[in-house]
Write a protein that binds this ligand. Structure first.
Ligand code: HEC
Length: 512
């Protein structure tokens, strides 16, 4: 007995030591990850001596934080100037034992510092305060419209001036024209509370995602909702699993009624990857087709398998039936019961966080988050490959080249992929987008407005008739994490912001 006790005590002690060691290491790993990051260390060793530890410049090297850089501040110019392009760098001798993309990582490091994006936890701060902005074509003020009980994912302005709001972990509600938020709509899909908060990276399964109106909402009253549908017992899983599901319904007397399932997938495709990368954005074209984004959900090895839903944009009719002119369509008897190939419209997407049909041409546009750098604005064409995870303009977070695609054995030439129409490097973490309509900001007619989580900004982009970018402006910055942006019935621009536990809606009001 004594022997056994002794053994047990030792085993317990050993477990305790291992637990203490593992958690100390884990803590060290997480808290010092940024400080150990490769480009930062390389900068400190090889550049700070001349350019200063805060990039502020010294007698031996120029100020890299200056408003404009002499030789250009885009990634390509930075790469050229760091690596051999400048006489001042002739003596520069970067060590050979560093990853191939050292120079690109250094360029990203400089441009990230120049942008001064806040850290993720800081980006949740309540930044907004009433403000006047003098943009290229219009003067406007940013005005608080509504304080929300929790973080929103999506807003949908109704024709009568009210705004539907989906909050990830709370549910669906309506904000009145005076900005007051009503009770949750009974009977709408369940939104589950978050399970974990990792320094602002909220981890959960079962978020309410997008709310969108049918193009003929005024006539038929259909409201579309996407959400992370949970599966635990049915999936025989010890932890929750989830997957994007789309339903439509109507709101009558404050209740969600007439619900119909529009798009859902087989249980086999539910995953434990959290809903932060689920996508679930919705958009309509002019023929009434509904487009649905589904994130890679880290299931990267399945992204190029048309039978799986991951990393795709799907297309169905407004009632959920599937048009046979979808590019990978097969009749039900020729595909596996679980296959989603009949609804696939485009593939090779990482995390499509924004989607909208152009109000005039009907063309589908999307925004996509890249890794470290390489956020994209894409024009979505049926049957096309958007390249991830083989091609991206970004790097991995640890400064190395993204090699997921090669490791998975993916092999297709970049000429066979659709390149982004606009690349955002460094990555502002692009979120949803819309097109400006109405007469309150006439000089922005049909321009794309796109939000960002990390850069706290809204950008305005203009494209010519062929879809080529002709103009880009940071319309407003310092707002907070922009999750959604929509045109209101009153012609004002409504922007949904996420703060720590709460949220808000602000609007842009012209002041001319
Ligand atoms: C020996 C000192 C020295 C070191 C070390 C050095 N630089 Fe420079 N760097 C300079 C000087 C001087 C200039 C300005 C050259 C000019 O104006 O023609 C410059 C210019 C630049 C520019 C262009 C700035 C502009 O205004 O367009 C970049 C970018 C840059 N350095 C990055 C780096 C990086 C990254 C490192 C480390 C890998 C580095 N430099 C190391 C001295 C140095």
């Amino acid at each position: 007995m004594a022997l056994f006790d002794n053994w047990r005590r030792k085993a317990l002690l050993a477990l305790l030591v291992i637990a203490v060691f593992a958690s100390t290491w884990g803590y060290w790993f997480v808290t010092t990850r940024e400080a150990r990051e490769f480009s930062r260390v390389t900068y400190a060793e090889h550049c700070a001596g001349c350019h200063g530890d805060k990039l502020q410049g010294t007698a031996r090297g120029s100020n890299l934080m200056a408003e404009s850089l002499k030789y250009g501040d885009d990634t390509a110019s930075l790469v050229r100037n760091i690596d051999g392009g400048l006489a001042a760098h002739e003596t520069l001798n970067l060590p050979l034992d560093i990853p191939e993309n050292t120079v690109k990582a250094l360029a990203l490091f400089i441009s990230e510092r120049r942008q001064q994006y806040p850290t993720i936890p800081d980006s949740y701060e309540h930044y907004f305060s009433g403000r006047r902005v003098d943009s290229r074509y219009h003067r406007f003020r940013v005005e608080l419209f509504s304080e929300l009980a929790s973080r929103p994912y999506s807003i949908a302005p109704l024709p009568d001036g009210r705004i539907l709001v989906s909050e990830k972990v709370r549910g669906l509600s309506i904000v009145a024209p005076d900005g007051s938020q009503g009770d949750l709509i009974d009977g709408a899909p369940t939104a589950y509370a978050e399970l974990l908060d990792l320094r602002g990276s909220y981890v959960g399964w079962g978020h309410l995602l997008e709310v969108a109106l049918h193009p003929d909402y005024a006539v038929n009253g259909w409201i579309y909702l996407s959400y992370g549908d949970r599966c635990q017992l049915d999936c025989a899983s010890p932890v929750p699993q989830s997957m994007v599901k789309v339903v439509r319904g109507r709101i009558r007397d404050g209740r969600w009624v007439d619900e119909q399932v529009i798009w859902s997938v087989h249980e086999d495709y539910y995953t434990v990857v959290p809903d932060a990368v689920a996508g679930g954005r919705l958009g309509f074209d002019r023929d009434g087709h509904l487009y649905i984004t589904v994130g890679g959900k880290a299931a990267y090895k399945h992204l190029h398998d048309m039978n799986t839903p991951y990393g795709k944009i799907h297309r169905v009719r407004d009632d959920g039936t599937v048009p046979a002119d979808n590019p990978f369509w097969e009749p039900a008897d020729r595909r596996a019961a679980s296959s989603t190939r009949h609804t696939v419209w485009s593939y090779g997407h990482r995390t499509t966080q924004g989607l909208e049909g152009h109000p005039v041409s009907g063309a589908i546009w999307s925004s996509e988050m890249g890794p470290r750098g390489g956020d994209e604005i894409n024009r979505i064409i049926g049957g096309e490959n958007y390249g991830w995870p083989l091609y991206t303009n970004g790097l991995d977070y640890d400064s190395t080249e993204i090699d997921i695609g090669e490791d998975l054995g993916l092999d297709f030439p970049i000429e066979d992929t659709q390149l982004p129409v606009v690349d955002f490097t460094p990555a502002p973490a692009l979120s949803n987008l819309t097109f400006h309509r109405g007469d309150r900001f006439p000089a922005w007619q049909d321009d794309m407005l796109v939000g960002s989580l990390k850069a706290l900004s809204v950008y305005r982009l203009r494209f010519d008739d062929n879809g080529a970018p002709v103009e880009q402006e940071t319309l407003v910055t310092g707002l907070g994490r922009v999750r959604d942006i929509e045109m209101g019935a009153d012609g004002l621009v409504y922007i949904a912001l996420e703060h720590g536990e709460t949220g808000s809606i602000v609007r842009l009001v012209p002041t001319e």
